[in-house]
Design a protein around this ligand. Structure first.
Ligand code: ADP
Ligand code: MG
Length: 234
């Protein structure tokens, strides 16, 4: 047998940049490198307009960079056709947003099950139902399976969103201001959940203005005027 190979980083940006065409063109993300290894918990901070959303959209395979190479789990995403990028996004990336983005008239378990249909994968209906219950139990909502978002607290809604993000068994959890709509005590509970997922080996990238969030992560990356700094760590 040959020796074992080191697994590739989850995120590897090599000279990745994005310029919106305009006119006038806007260099929203300057060409730069970023490596996020498996199991890392990294926060990205920067002022409004610095390129955080652009970064998230590129890292989340929602936008294609206009420069450089983005490898996700060692896969060169620039070489993929659109449907393969979509499939990769569904299976490997879980998104958590500030405003939850839940379907208001669906229960917690339905929200997770329906998302799994869009995430792709080969689970049948019964398997999806079982998996939805499993991830909702993991985020502490085993007793709220059949509640709709309107009957859940903000913290519970964000937990449903986290369960949904975990459902496909992603490589990367991408969170955009996950505590931005929560009061401090509730935010703390959500952050404790992220800490727990990190302890279990999940790779987490969080965009945040919140110092309390940044302080909990293993590593902070700053972005200013589209320039990512502190990005390389090997
Ligand atoms: P942040 O999320 O940190 O507030 P953004 O990534 O949204 O920053 O924006 C970075 C820069 O790119 C800003 O100058 C913004 O005005 C510009 N920008 C964002 N989206 C577009 C777009 N679709 N077309 C042109 N410019 C854009
Ligand atoms: Mg933004």
């Amino acid at each position: 047998m040959t020796g074992h190979r080191t697994p590739p980083p989850v995120v590897e940006f090599t000279g990745v940049g994005l310029t919106y065409p305009g006119p006038p063109p806007v260099a929203a993300l300057r060409p730069g490198d970023l490596v996020v290894g498996r199991g890392e918990y990294v926060t990205i901070t920067g002022p409004s307009g610095s390129g955080k959303s652009t970064f998230l959209n590129v890292a989340g395979l929602l936008d294609r960079p206009t420069m450089g190479t983005y490898r996700l789990d060692g896969i060169d995403t620039g070489a993929l056709k659109e449907r393969d990028r979509t499939a990769l996004r569904g299976s490997r990336i879980g998104f958590v947003f500030q405003s939850f983005h839940l379907l208001p008239y669906r229960t917690a378990v339905e929200n997770v099950e329906l998302a799994m249909m869009y995430q792709g994968g080969r689970r049948g209906r019964a398997e999806r139902a079982a998996r939805a219950r499993e991830v909702l139990a993991r985020v502490g909502l085993g007793h709220r399976l059949h509640h709709t978002p309107t009957t859940l607290s903000g913290g519970e809604r964000q937990r449903v969103a986290i369960a949904r993000a975990l459902a496909a068994g992603p490589s990367l959890l991408l969170c955009d201001e996950p505590t931005g709509n929560l009061d401090t005590a509730t935010a703390d509970g959500v952050l404790a959940l992220l800490d727990g997922l990190h302890a279990e080996g999940m790779t987490i990238l969080v965009i945040t203005h919140d110092r309390a969030v940044a302080a909990r992560a293993g590593r902070g990356v700053a972005i200013r005027d589209g320039v990512i700094s502190g990005g390389v760590l090997r």
